[in-house]
Design a protein around this ligand. Sequence first.
Ligand SMILES: [Zn+2]
Length: 241
Amino acid sequence: MNDSIAPGGLAAVLAHPDDESFGCAGALALAHDAGATTRLLVVTRGEAGSPDGTADPTLGDRRESELICAARAIGLDEVSLLDGYADGGVADQLFDRLVDEIAAWLADRRPGAVITFGPHGVTGHPDHIVVGNATRWAVERLADAGTAPNAVYVISPIFDPSGNRYDLSPEEQSATHRIEITHVAGRKIEALGCHASQADITDELAALRAAVDGGAPIYEGYSRVRPFVPAPHPDFDRALL
Ligand SMILES: [Zn+2]
């Protein structure tokens, strides 16, 4: 870890390069602009992100570069990748080890709030689901040591401009917080554009550009799951930190 970066701030723990750009680029960009430290932990290198899902180390290298490109667009202070977790195979690894590794990463950095995936991982991808569950268990482990972040949010993409395409869990359907990201939407578009190896950015980019061009306010949704609050939170339209 880079000791010159202040502890605290907002951290996201996600599964693949590009999850940050789809999921929470706006909230991270806003936190960065507000002076908070912003960090991202990604569990896999996305080496299976090809049309037929075949793992390819070269693609992993490319996606790591795309992730760095997106991190610059968003304004992330630190990006970390775990070793030893295959794209598409996170659930095959020892869950307890993943919880330990995420807990250690969080304990070193002490973010005030953490964003991760909810029970259906937005898209239902098994890696998303396992990483979200492991992150929440990691926070419980930190709570036992008195070092848990103040809040854990799961991505609740009900304000997705392209509409609700997924089978979301109740937690993911009921955002407690709605973050207006209109004035950083250009950076979310730029970050998504970094992930040029991924065919599914095309629809998201088109929908986001159309929403921006139409002058509509752009939102990201989050559900605060720790401490639990019913939706909507009294600070529905305020920042996560
Ligand atoms: Zn993903």
